[in-house]
Design a protein around this ligand. Structure first.
Ligand code: F0G
Length: 459
């Protein structure tokens, strides 16, 4: 096909929803009532919902059609077998355990394998993965490369795990590590990809030490396309083949299908060996449901079976990665610093660099996220000290390594004109950024506190 500069949305729109646009004066009391926590804002009061790319996909006509032919039998449903076949073909793993979403898969794996004192290394654990590991009394260890913690570094694979540190860690603790992980793409560290070479090397380290290797695969397709774009040796390869090789390097995967499964709910564990399957299925029956539906309706399994194939369409992936790149370029041109290079599912504004007058203990990321809501109707998510800040033994504040605001893009939902409209508003925000004030936490829950914490603006 003729090569053009503009990368179009590779779909037509058949079903539409109205978009709410409120004024700043209408949004201000809503934000106050929500305790300056955007998780507590009603979606109908949001114009651009960039809170997450999880479960927010627009499904295709083929997915909706598949849902209509689902077999809702309790046991042995035809839809399960279709889903199982698709996962087996995609991953090469024999044993497929459906779950209602990613954290249910995490809970099963952690609940059946972890004991207090154990350790699970990864590049970066996502917050629910970390919480599930810590809930079992084990330790979640992040070993991302140093470039992954530097928002300005333009390393093409900032999600890579630090191989020398991983090797040293595994040598020192092999007996306490029931499984090791890698998250693709690396959500916590900036939505950054992991190179195929790095996955091969991590796989070799885990194998040397006899440690099973589990991939957190929720954005495997985006990661595979980044590999095709950025990894010299992989340029000409079909993305499906790259994905297949990634899975072949591990013992299994956990997946929140709400991302690259292109569905609104769903997840699974898939494993090469039968070793853990029985205990996982027993726990599945206890908390999720029978092994052939695992907390999902058969229609969800049908939609997922189609989504896992659609997501590897290279025209879709080209468009998908262009979304983030386009907005990053426009915001950078306005002087808004973002994590470089732009990631796959989300754009991360570096709030520490953008608002240097607000120190980490006053949550510059959360302050910016609140202002983006007031000014633009954007719902974003702070990934900084509100989410990951800690208290020392003496109660002192320990900041997160970065203060980021994540704009995560639902798949196939917003169009280029939505982003252009947003950029116009951001121009105005830049001109008065020095007048923004920080926040203090008024209520601090013990686990996953960012979901329910309340904040107050500083006087
Ligand atoms: N792993 C990663 C890398 C994730 O990004 C998520 C979810 C999960 C696991 C858990 O999956 O939500 O289906 O239970 N991330 C969402 C996000 C919530 O907004 O990034 P889940």
């Amino acid at each position: 096909m003729e090569k053009r500069r503009t990368i179009i949305e590779p779909f037509k729109i058949k079903v539409v929803e109205p978009l709410t646009v409120l004024s700043r004066d209408q949004r201000a009391p809503l934000l106050r009532a929500a305790g300056h926590n955007l998780f507590k804002i009603a979606a109908e009061h949001v114009t651009f919902d960039f809170l997450t790319d999880s479960g927010t996909t627009a499904m295709s006509a083929s997915q909706w059609a598949a849902m209509m032919v689902a077999d809702e039998s309790y046991a042995g449903s035809r839809s399960f077998h279709k889903f199982e076949r698709v996962v087996q073909q995609l991953t090469g793993y024999q044993h497929v355990i459906p779950t209602h979403q990613g954290r249910a898969a995490e809970r099963l794996l952690c609940g059946s394998l972890l004991k207090p004192g154990m350790k699970v290394p990864s590049n970066n654990h996502f917050d629910t993965t970390r919480a599930n590991i810590e809930f079992m009394g084990a330790e979640a260890v992040d070993l991302v490369i140093a470039e992954g913690l530097d928002p300005k570094s333009s390393h093409p694979f900032k999600g890579n795990i630090d191989i020398p540190r991983l090797r040293a860690f595994c040598s020192a603790h092999a007996k306490e590590i029931p499984f090791g992980m890698i998250t693709i793409t690396n959500n916590t560290g900036g939505g950054q990809p992991v190179s195929l070479r790095n996955i091969r090397e991590a796989s070799a380290v885990y194998r040397e030490h006899g440690i099973p290797f589990i991939i957190d695969a929720c954005r495997f397709a985006e990661n595979s396309y980044f590999i095709k774009l950025r990894e010299e040796t992989e340029r000409g390869r079909p993305v499906q083949e790259i994905a297949r090789e990634i899975f072949s390097l591990a013992s299994g995967c956990m997946m929140s299908a709400k991302k690259d499964g292109l569905v609104n709910i769903g997840g699974f564990i898939a494993l090469h060996d039968a070793q853990w399957v029985e205990s996982l299925r027993s726990l599945l029956i206890l908390t999720e449901g029978f092994p052939t539906y695992g907390g999902l309706a058969a229609r969800d399994l049908e939609a997922l079976a189609v989504g896992l194939e659609e997501v590897l369409d290279e025209r879709y992936l080209e468009y998908r990665l262009a979304v983030t790149r386009y907005l990053a370029e426009r915001l950078n041109a306005l002087g808004i610093p973002t994590v470089q290079p732009p990631g796959g599912h989300a754009l991360y504004i570096d709030a520490k660099a953008f608002l240097p007058h607000i120190p980490p203990q006053h949550f510059p990321g959360q302050a910016l996220a609140c202002e983006l809501y007031l000014a633009e109707g954007v719902r974003s998510c702070e990934i900084g000290s509100a989410m990951f800040g800690k208290r020392g033994a003496d109660g002192s504040f320990i900041p997160a390594p970065m203060e980021l605001v994540r704009l995560a893009f639902p798949r196939r939902v917003y169009t280029q004109s939505h982003f252009d409209y947003l950029v116009e508003g951001m121009e105005e925000l830049v001109s008065r950024k020095d007048s923004l004030v920080g926040l203090q936490m008024a209520h601090e829950p013990p686990f996953l506190r960012h979901f329910t914490a309340r904040f107050e603006p500083l006087p």
